[in-house]
Write a protein that binds this ligand. Structure first.
Ligand SMILES: [Zn+2]
Length: 552
């Protein structure tokens, strides 16, 4: 072999080496290797940040404790706006936006054009899919902005799949996005997970099989007993408290909560128990397998929401044995779910985050029992007198169109017809309501920006106010006061007990740690956009959490 030949062979080898290197480079930059296989966004309805810690003595190693040990916790994540209500929260997390912009101002609100209250996801142009009969369906059409799940779909030219799963329709539909592959939720009428003609004309076969198995009845077969002996629940009040409500026909708010009687009949009974969480996990796993989520070349997104903790919290309150037991059980389910995700995708191939749509106050009855300020504002003290006074003073039969989301919707048309000056009405309403025990502030929205109230509250109220869909007066109760009665618990205000939510990230690219810096609910989508190299959703006002995204 002469030198020339050797050179040719070397050149050939070199070329081959270059080609191989190029081939490897191309392979390394394939989408699945630079991105997680799947993002799992988990929202727990009404989960307060302190629940991560409060029951930790009995949390398992693999659930909430694992999340805090292996994950990154944004310890002071606050909701950016008020009212702090379910649909607003789910929309905010997935749009990085606020009701002023995305338009989801409550679970329902008064629609001035239609002249009636409407549900946030009800859509008369759609049909419910997977349930017998012709029921109206649901869709995300009232959300005016794109979601991070939409942006993922856009970025992959719709090759990424996004799926929503929850007990509540809104908690599945709003996170999954406008361009979602599908959203599923629990239908109390027949105990099935259903969807809408907005997404599909028929349920997928795997979902039909899931429903046919009758999982709901196998859960209702188990009465709700405490996980551990009831006398070991030392972090909660006694089981029977006068300020707890009852559910599912119970005569007293005490264990065991009987469920067997509802088998094959009242499927909705599962919602008020931790079994509602377990069946959500079951269906989420079926969806992962049914759609082969995380199995393609592009990152997929599963948005799951757990609605039962909200139902349990409203009924029994955050200090009840019921809520402690609910979280101990949720922790076990979560540990099992993490094991499942580890096995299916590999520990660092999925990005997981957990947060909540809002938190919750203690029950007024609980505060009063423990000598803390609280109380209830009843309809007889609040709504009825204001309506009667307006009728008497201005001669208008129906002066207020609706009370919703801590707001009054005025019948201005009637006032205008009689040439009544709005500012006179504003003065009348403000002075009337400010006399009601338990009301802290009454703010006509027209003077919101000049009201003598702290900037923080003003800012949150303005972000929560949508010019087309919100009411005309905002009514803020005193801290810890609740509408209705001193029984049970609720949320919806700007106060920290309603606005301080957990936010913990785990898995793909996440290094363990925490920050006590204030972060916002709107930052979640901005952070996902930065991590996944996606354009932010169309109304996003949040900022990336740079402790997670790197850079500065
Ligand atoms: Zn609620």
């Amino acid at each position: 072999m002469n030198w020339k030949n050797i050179k040719t062979i070397l050149a050939g080898l070199f070329l081959f080496a270059v080609c191989t290197a190029q081939a490897q480079t191309v392979k390394k930059s394939s989408p699945t290797e630079n991105k997680p296989k799947i993002v799992v966004g988990m929202m727990v309805d009404q989960m307060r940040w302190d629940y991560l810690y409060r029951f930790q003595n009995r949390y398992s190693e693999g659930g909430f404790k694992r999340l805090l040990q292996e994950g990154f916790s944004c310890e002071n994540t606050m909701i950016d706006y008020s009212p702090t209500i379910t649909a607003c929260g789910h929309t905010c997390v997935y749009t990085g936006s606020v009701p002023a912009i995305h338009g989801i101002v409550g679970n329902d609100w008064f629609d001035r054009e239609k002249g009636k209250n409407i549900g946030c996801v009800d859509d008369e142009s759609t049909q419910l899919i997977g349930s017998e009969g012709n029921s109206t369906g649901q869709s995300p059409h009232n959300n005016l902005t794109t979601t991070i799940t939409d942006q993922l779909r856009i970025a992959s030219n719709y090759q990424s799949k996004t799926v929503g799963v929850a007990i509540k329709d809104r908690a599945s539909i709003l996170p999954a996005g406008h361009a979602a592959t599908a959203a599923f939720w629990f239908n109390r009428k027949d105990g099935h997970f259903v969807s809408s003609s907005y997404y599909m004309n028929d349920l997928p076969e795997w979902a039909k099989r899931f429903n046919a198995k009758g999982a709901v009845d196998s859960y209702l077969d188990k009465d709700w007993e405490t996980l551990y002996p009831i006398n070991t629940y030392t972090l909660s009040t006694a089981d029977d408290k006068a300020y707890e409500n009852t559910a599912n026909g119970d005569t007293k708010p005490v264990f065991p909560h009987k469920l067997k009687q509802f088998k094959g009949k009242n499927f909705g009974a599962i919602v008020n128990t931790p079994h509602g969480n377990s069946i959500t996990f079951d269906f989420a796993k079926a969806a992962i397998e049914g759609y082969n989520l995380g199995g393609g070349n592009f990152t997929d997104f599963l948005a799951i929401s757990f609605s039962s903790p909200d139902a349990i919290g409203h009924t029994y309150g955050p200090n009840s044995i019921e809520q402690e037991d609910d979280y101990l059980r949720l922790d076990k389910d979560l540990a099992a779910f993490f094991n499942y995700l580890d096995k299916r995708f590999g520990k660092n191939n999925y990005l997981f985050f957990i947060t909540a749509d809002h938190a919750v106050s203690e029950s007024p009855g609980y505060y009063l029992e423990n000598k803390m300020p609280s109380g209830a504002i009843t309809d007889d003290e609040f709504a009825k007198p204001v309506v009667a006074a307006l009728q008497k003073q201005f001669g208008i039969e129906n002066p207020i169109l609706s009370f919703a989301n801590y707001q009054l919707y005025m019948n201005w048309e009637e006032f205008d017809r009689k040439n009544i000056d709005h500012s006179t009405v504003e003065k009348t309403i403000t002075s009337l309501l400010m006399k009601v025990k338990g009301i802290a502030m009454v703010l006509p929205v027209v003077s919101l920006s000049t009201a003598p109230i702290p900037d923080l509250i003003k800012n949150m109220l303005i972000k929560g106010y949508n010019m087309k869909r919100s009411g005309d007066f905002m009514v803020i109760p005193q801290p810890t006061w609740k509408g209705g009665s001193i029984k049970g618990a609720t949320h919806g205000t700007w106060y920290p007990y309603d606005a301080h939510i957990p936010l913990v990230w785990m898995g793909w690219k996440i290094k363990p740690g925490y920050t006590n810096r204030i972060t916002g609910m709107t930052d979640i989508s901005a952070t996902l956009a930065a991590l996944l190299h996606l354009q932010m959703p169309s109304g996003c006002i949040g900022q990336p959490i740079t402790e997670l995204t790197g850079g500065r």
